[in-house]
Design a protein around this ligand. Structure first.
Ligand SMILES: Cc1cc2nc3c(=O)[nH]c(=O)nc-3n(C[C@H](O)[C@H](O)[C@H](O)COP(=O)(O)O)c2cc1C
Length: 361
């Protein structure tokens, strides 16, 4: 009881007088990156658990989450103002993103000597409840990887991974009943490339998809550090431009042929592709898929292995059915498709401060 009340104290104190993560507004992209991705500080207690959660992968970097702290639990709720109805009409990616955040929180809790159990409350609109309790401080290699992980949308170096590394990342990605299918045969990777290209082409021809995507692109550093969300040009390996100019140039530089060549280069330079398949297609399953992917990405980071999502075939309904059949998934749907391999990092993406995503209990 005494140990339990200590934990209550930690979180309750924090909830009462929360410090902000970015006390000052960063003036350059580099400064923002230093602030956002600074190492976790266990001495800051619950603050760092929420900050760790916000550093997770999330679709379009919309950061679609709100956090509530109460005694011995943290609840993550969807921020429905940050939905992406064109690419994600049923909120699959939104709940997978909450799963990614939950997994970072679970790993960071271990660093603070807290055990975490995750329950999905499917009552509309759904939430993820993480109950915390004291335990011994355990190995926290995955927690240390939280501030070094990224989705690296670049060409990799083409080298194969050892079977030991493949087994290690596959095990990390097999969590809560989620299957992590690893594909390394070149002929199967080419077949998946074909689905990615078909999906990408369908999306580029969809005005609603393009309008939504463009609204989340931060075309230059000034906008990226003002908003602290979305897809920063730098973190996608693109040059920064004034927004008005970038919008005009987009249809000339963002062409179907150019994108096809880019994805072919990206997949052919990768060591393999991982497909995450949850046991059931509901909010709990989507959260589980997100958790499994995030743990996979953290484990890969500890081994110096990069990853990037290629979700076009799961986002376009007719292709989702086709690729599920190709992969022999029966009634299950593929949740996330991720390439991996070795290569250099790109500039990291940004995040809003903890103070912007917390609600009073
Ligand atoms: C559910 C989900 C779906 C995603 N889909 C894609 C995708 O199709 N293509 C892509 O390039 N990145 C995708 N991402 C990666 C996000 O864009 C990325 O996590 C976000 O921009 C933040 O960047 P970071 O992970 O490097 O911090 C996805 C991430 C999640 C969690």
């Amino acid at each position: 009881m005494k140990r339990r009340s200590l934990l209550f104290g930690t979180i309750a104190t924090y909830a009462a007088g929360m410090p902000t993560a970015h006390a000052q507004q960063p003036s350059t992209y580099e400064e923002a990156v230093r602030l956002v991705w600074r190492p976790l500080d266990p001495a800051r207690g619950a603050h760092e658990l929420v900050r760790a959660a916000t550093l997770a992968a999330n679709s379009h970097n919309t950061q679609p989450w709100r956090f509530t702290l109460a005694a011995n639990r943290i609840t993550i709720r969807p921020d429905l103002d940050r939905r992406c109805p064109a690419v994600d009409p049923n909120d699959h990616h939104l709940f997978a993103s909450l799963g990614c955040a939950a997994e970072n929180l679970v790993q960071a809790a271990a660093m603070l000597g807290l055990s975490a159990s995750v329950v999905v409350d499917a009552t509309d609109p759904g939430s993820v409840v993480i109950a915390l309790d004291r335990t011994a401080v355990s190995n926290h290699a995955l927690a240390e990887a939280i501030t070094r992980r990224q989705c690296t949308r670049a060409k990799y170096d083409g080298t194969a991974l050892s079977s030991e590394d493949l087994r290690t990342i596959e095990n990390a990605g097999s969590l809560c009943g989620v299957e992590c299918l690893i594909v390394t045969e070149r002929s199967r990777m080419e077949a998946i490339l074909d689905y990615v290209i078909q999906g990408n082409t369908a999306q580029m021809r969809d005005p609603a998809f393009m309008a939504e995507l463009t609204s989340w692109i931060r075309f230059n550093d000034a906008v990226a550090i003002e908003r602290l969300d979305g897809l920063a040009a730098r973190s996608s390996g693109n040059p920064a431009l004034p927004t008005w100019l970038a919008r005009r140039l987009l249809r000339f530089v963002f062409t179907e042929k150019g994108e096809q060549n880019k994805y072919a280069e990206h997949i052919r330079s990768s060591a393999g592709i991982a497909i995450f398949v949850a046991p059931h297609g509901d909010k709990a399953g989507w959260v589980a898929a997100g958790r499994a992917y995030q743990r996979f990405a953290l484990q890969a980071t500890t081994l110096g292995i990069r990853n990037a999502c290629l979700n076009q075939p799961v986002e376009v309904p007719f292709l989702r059915l086709q690729i599920a059949a190709y992969l022999g998934l029966g009634d299950r749907r593929p949740d996330l498709i991720v390439r991996f391999g070795r290569g250099a990092m790109l500039p990291p993406s940004l995040r809003r401060p903890v103070s912007a995503v917390i609600d009073a209990a």
